[in-house]
Ligand binder design. Structure first.
Ligand code: ADP
Length: 267
């Protein structure tokens, strides 16, 4: 049996996806990027292969993508995360009737991508200058509020009052603003809802720059946060398509391309 791998070396997390000859997903793995990108990427790949009982030699083609992709010299090829995300979202989005706009929020950047009906990128916009509006912003907020990332959604929906307005657009200032709000007796729920709406507003502004068309797909690690999903839906005024494993769409796209490139080269 032949397998194909996509390795997405992100700023915050390493994602690996394995597909079979038909391009069907066999397994995915997510681990922290840490400071040793190359070593951790190799470990992530080996962990997934061991979990799936797949020998390294049966992985016939591997494509690296993401922030740290150039560090992974063993890859057969590398592609930008925008292309890989487009391929992954196009493929995954078929089950939802097709998607044309992608919103991706990662650990340190956020992107809006428009794709055509074959999955090719027709337009994109990126915010990588400022951590506000990214996973990093939520990581810092969760730490200040002493809660786990997995709890952000529950806090969001448990908020009784209106979400607070978070004015700071920089993570460092937002940190002191959050501490100030806590000191003034505000509840974690209303602060978290406020943070989600502040990220949602930025995200929707970014998406409007590329143009919002048809069904909108939301991926990246922060798409695991149901509170953020709800806030973006409110600001966008429409439902989002959120896949079951939103953090691994880009790795999946790279694995699909690995499969396609292998068969194109050997046919
Ligand atoms: P990158 O590709 O830049 O490394 P990811 O798409 O992997 O980024 O997203 C990383 C971010 O995902 C983290 O900064 C964190 O905020 C968020 N995240 C990861 N797991 C969860 C979770 N279970 N719930 C909410 N947010 C999460």
């Amino acid at each position: 049996m032949k397998y194909f791998a996509g390795l997405d070396i992100g700023s915050t997390a390493i994602k690996v996806a394995l597909v079979d000859e038909e391009g069907k997903i066999v397994g995915v793995h997510v681990s922290s990027s840490g400071s040793l990108f190359h070593k951790n990427a190799r470990e992530a790949l080996h962990t997934l292969l061991a979990q799936q009982g797949v020998a390294k030699d049966d992985v016939r083609y591997l494509i690296a993508t993401g922030y740290g992709r150039k560090l992974f010299k063993e890859a057969d090829d590398s592609i930008s995360e925008i292309t890989a995300n487009a391929i992954g979202a196009h493929e995954t989005g078929k089950a939802f009737g097709g998607v044309r706009t992608i919103i991706n929020i990662g650990g340190q950047d956020s992107k809006a991508i428009q794709i055509d009906d074959t999955g090719n990128v027709s337009n994109f916009a990126m915010n990588d200058k400022c951590a506000a509006g990214t996973g990093r912003f939520l990581d810092v907020a969760a730490r200040n509020l002493d809660i786990d990332l997995e709890e952000l959604g529950d806090y969001h929906f448990n908020g009784k009052g209106a979400p607070l307005t978070i004015n700071s657009t920089c993570t460092v200032f937002a940190e002191s603003e959050i501490i100030g709000l806590l000191a003034n007796g505000h509840g974690k729920e209303e602060i978290i809802a406020g943070i989600h709406y502040s990220i949602a507003k930025r995200t929707v502004r970014l998406a409007k720059r590329v143009g919002i068309e048809d069904r909108v797909y939301f991926d990246g690690g922060p798409a695991l946060n149901k509170g953020l999903v709800a806030a973006i839906q409110d600001e966008l005024g429409r439902e989002l398509v959120v896949p079951e494993y939103p953090q691994t769409t880009t790795a999946f796209g790279a694995a699909i391309l690995a499969r396609n490139e292998f068969f194109a080269e050997t046919s």
